[in-house]
Design a protein around this ligand. Structure first.
Ligand code: CP
Ligand code: NVA
Length: 334
């Protein structure tokens, strides 16, 4: 029997701040329970007759497909609305489209550029809205990351995670808040040109302190990773920032996660995992990396036994399912 905190009904996820620290971990625990049930071959119906709109302005493999599979697994329906497929934001304002889609759907997941679009959808649709990535934040990703850490370590509190790379991107912002709320020591290792917003760092540090954890920003990779239990990286150029490619390659080359850096943690061969939200440039097998080869992570780290990137990708589905179920699911439908 799958149960969850009734206080999660109707809740949205615009940023990590929408859940209390305890609620965030309850979503992760619900995802673990839903995964166990699916692994046991038990089919659920918790989203029966629930319809979810997926509004995507940017590309996606994991997030889009996680939503579709999560809904279908529990008897619900997720409808993809991409690019110029609808009038959203082109011929109709976000506010008007929100009010229309909110009459038709039980929930809306949005991926796109502006954080304000998520805020407007949440304000005007009248249904739960989940942020599937904006320029500023990527909270659904971080639920999967915490689930993966929990699978690796059990209790995540007191573990040390080091994020290497573009210190001011959407993943780095949400990961910092997620780690703080989970009591994970967080280090953002990035060059001085790409520092995170000081106000966000201060807020995260205050939250982390409630759990006896810390938040730090560091520019020297070897210093940053000492004692790390998790090394995390993301692409050096996020969607929409392609014009900055040459500058980012120059700035971030010393921040690549490679075996030397893994050794510098002191935990290689012990309690160390590698995480990446994906997609990753770990070889020359993509259009983007065919000339550069590996960028943010070396291929031998990406393929190493301590790399948990495909568990993490799978966990996108379980955690998105937990979000949908807890907000709009029917507890009686088992
Ligand atoms: N990690 C992630 O959000 O992947 P997609 O861009 O494929 O959705
Ligand atoms: N920072 C990346 C994350 C992709 C999942 C981007 O925004 O492109």
């Amino acid at each position: 029997m799958i149960t969850w905190n009734p206080a999660l009904r109707g809740r949205q996820l615009r940023t990590m701040s929408d859940f209390s620290d305890e609620e965030m971990m309850e979503i992760v625990d619900l995802a673990i329970a839903l995964k166990a049930r699916k692994d046991a071959g038990v089919r659920g119906d918790l989203l029966r007759r629930r319809n979810i709109a997926l509004i995507f302005e940017k590309s996606s493999t994991r997030t889009r497909n996680s939503c579709v599979v999560a809904a279908q697994d529990e008897g619900g329906n997720a409808q993809y609305l991409g690019g110029h497929d609808t009038h959203f934001g082109h011929k109709e304002s976000v506010k008007d489209s929100a009010r229309v889609l909110g009459r038709l759907y039980d929930g809306i997941l949005f991926r796109g550029y502006r954080q304000d679009t998520v805020e407007q959808l949440a304000k005007w649709s009248g249904v739960p809205v989940w942020n599937g990535l904006t320029d500023e934040s990527h909270p659904t990703q971080i639920l999967a990351d915490l689930m993966t850490l929990k699978q690796a370590f059990g209790d995540v509190r007191g573990r040390k995670l080091v994020y290497m790379g573009d210190g001011r991107n959407n993943v780095a912002n949400s990961l910092m808040m997620g780690c703080a709320k989970a009591g994970v020591h967080y280090v953002n290792c990035t060059p001085k040109e790409l520092l995170p917003e000081p106000a966000l760092v201060a807020k995260a540090a205050e939250i982390a302190a409630r759990h006896g954890a810390t938040v730090a920003v560091e520019s020297d990779p070897a210093t940053a990773v000492r004692g790390a239990n998790a090394l995390y990286t993301d692409v050096w150029v996020s969607m929409g920032e392609e014009a900055k490619t040459a500058e980012r390659l120059r700035l971030l080359r010393p921040y690549q996660v490679n075996m030397d850096l893994c050794r510098a943690t002191g935990n290689l061969g012990g309690e160390l995992v590698f995480l990446h939200c994906l997609p990753a440039f770990h070889d020359d097998q993509t259009e983007v990396s065919k000339d550069t080869g590996a960028q943010e992570v070396a291929d031998d780290v990406f393929e190493a036994p301590f790399s948990r990137v495909f568990d993490e990708a799978e966990n996108r589905m379980h955690t998105i399912k937990a979000l949908f179920v807890s907000a709009i699911g029917d507890p009686a439908a088992g």
